[in-house]
Design a protein around this ligand. Structure first.
Ligand code: NPW
Ligand code: K
Length: 491
């Protein structure tokens, strides 16, 4: 299950499931059971405090408290507000709770070994303040383990942002499908271990909602990988034109190596004649040509992909070459200087986009091109993709890939080692390497981001950008051997 549901889709799925005949009471009971199963799998019987808010997240808490107490656990429960103020299934489960209902306060944390956070879930509507903020601080300052129900209270389910303060959980149990806030930072870090539990919402109801946000896993793109065929030759695997810098040559050398490791059949570096020996000596497998030949070479449609940006320099030359490459409607990857060169006039860039185009800004480059966009990372990347007509890779520890048609992939990998010079150049290279082999742009870009993340994660401490292309053969072999591609049989 790699779909991610928005909060609105989740409410809709609940509503339709109930309309289909599965009562809300059963959904809440199933949710409580799922949380208890997660607790039983991780913790021994201990003193538990269940913190309940005024909505259905609190209702889940009453179920959890009842089920744990039935197993002989020592359970205290605190409620924000009055039992009389609860409605619907939460009120029903409050009536089934036979223990004391205390006032929600920091006193509940004293002596608790486990805290179950059911203050706010999907319905968090504003910043947490006052007494509730004090309780959140008390939980975070205590040594108790914390299991959050649906979302850690205070984490916005859509953006992953903290609304005032937020619970820092060890485990978060959510229902049916994950929400963006489980994967976007800082929400991802505050969730701790994430568990997605089935509570009886049919897959068909989820599918009918047409989710278009996905977790970036091979399931999203493996069927689209273009593996070389038995009778294939290098021209079938694409020919990249890499527009290298005159002075800063390292960036494009890294990108070129990555493109070739990702499977591009041929790669020609075009650069200032004085710099060409540097490229040629470093990489015997690439061809080199003077940058003045770029427009000529673009007339040959076998040159089916262009990467421009790493080390390119900011200014008119770069702008002109980018616009030319885009007008030729070849696969284009635009990074770094190729993006910053349009900071004063982004609409010229967007207007030129024709073929499969990928832009890979970090937050600084993004805000130069899309200065007026705000909101969470998914919203911004999606809006930028729509406006530009390009696939947008909004980089970071929670990289988001967005397509102009609205599809979004969120990366979920622990690879802080990737924050190193040249790492972004390598990513841009992997993307063009996959694009020229004929993979569709959204899938190729998502796969490249995944490979890059996996390379960083597996290599671990000590990683430098040069290591990333060298990690690709093993990762690609694993994908190929796993048979995730339909015709990947080596026989
Ligand atoms: N059938 C289903 O739907 C199922 C749902 N399930 C569960 O329901 C949860 C969603 O329930 P929910 O919609 O009641 O929202 P919830 O998170 O409990 O909070 C709403 C309450 O909090 C209040 N409030 C909000 N922010 C606040 C703030 N900063 N400071 C103070 N108050 C604030 C808000 O007040 P209001 O804005 O109305 O004034 C309202 O009273 C979902 O996460 C899952 O756990 C499962 O049981 C599976 C079946
Ligand atoms: K919660």
């Amino acid at each position: 299950m790699s779909e991610i549901l928005t909060i609105a889709q989740m409410y809709e799925a609940d509503k339709q499931t109930i309309a289909n005949g599965l009562p809300g009471e059963v959904l809440m009971e199933n949710a409580g059971h799922a949380v208890v199963d997660a607790i039983l799998a991780r913790f021994q019987p201990c003193s538990v405090s269940v913190l309940c808010g005024p909505g259905n997240n609190g209702g889940d808490g009453f179920v959890v408290a009842r089920l744990l107490r039935a197993r002989g656990w020592n359970v205290r429960l605190g409620l924000m507000g009055e039992v009389a103020g609860l409605g619907g299934d939460a009120a029903l489960n409050a009536r089934k709770w036979t223990g004391a209902t205390e006032r929600l306060s920091a006193a509940l944390i004293v002596g608790a070994e486990l805290v179950v956070d059911c203050i706010f879930g999907a319905g968090l509507a504003r910043d947490i303040e006052g007494d509730i903020a004090d309780i959140v601080h008390a939980v975070n300052d205590s040594s108790a383990k914390v299991v959050a129900v649906d979302m850690p209270s205070g984490v916005d389910g859509m953006s992953g942002q903290v609304r005032g303060v937020a619970i820092d959980a060890d485990v978060t149990v959510t229902f049916c499908r994950a929400k963006p806030g489980h994967y976007l930072l800082p929400g991802r870090a505050l969730c701790g271990e994430r568990v997605v539990a089935d509570i009886g919402i049919p897959d068909a109801i989820v599918a009918a909602l047409k989710p278009d946000i996905y977790l970036n896993t091979p399931r999203l793109w493996a069927d689209h990988i273009v593996w070389p065929g038995l009778a294939g030759h290098k021209y079938h695997r694409g020919h990249v034109l890499a527009l290298g810098g005159a002075q800063t040559t390292g960036a494009m050398r890294l990108a070129a190596r990555a493109a070739r490791r990702a499977g591009a059949g041929l790669l020609t570096v075009l650069a200032d004649p004085a710099a060409l020996p540097l490229y040629a000596q470093d990489m015997p497998g690439v061809m080199v040509a003077p940058i003045a030949r770029f427009e000529d070479m673009m007339q040959d449609c076998r040159h089916n992909g262009v990467i421009i940006g790493p080390g390119a320099g900011i200014g008119d030359d770069t702008r002109r070459r980018v616009v030319h490459a885009l007008h030729c409607a070849r696969a284009c990857v635009l990074d770094a200087d190729a993006l910053t060169s349009f900071a004063e006039d982004p609409s010229t860039l967007f207007f030129a986009v024709q073929g499969p185009t990928v832009m890979t800004p970090h937050e600084g480059e993004f805000s130069r091109l899309f200065a007026d966009m705000d909101g969470d990372k998914v919203t911004r990347a999606r809006a930028a993709a729509r406006r530009s007509g390009a696939i947008i890779v909004l980089k970071g520890a929670d990289t988001v890939v967005a397509a102009p048609d609205g599809r979004v992939a969120i990366n979920d990998i622990f690879a802080p080692w990737l924050a190193t010079a040249g790492s972004g150049d390598v990513l841009a290279g992997i993307i063009i390497g996959l694009l020229v082999q004929g993979m569709p742009a959204f899938e190729a870009t998502s796969m490249a981001v995944w490979l890059h993340g996996q390379a960083g994660h597996k290599f671990g401490p000590g990683l430098i950008a040069e290591d990333i292309p060298e990690a690709l053969p093993a990762l690609l072999s694993d994908l190929w051997r796993a048979g995730v591609a339909p015709d990947s049989s080596p026989h």
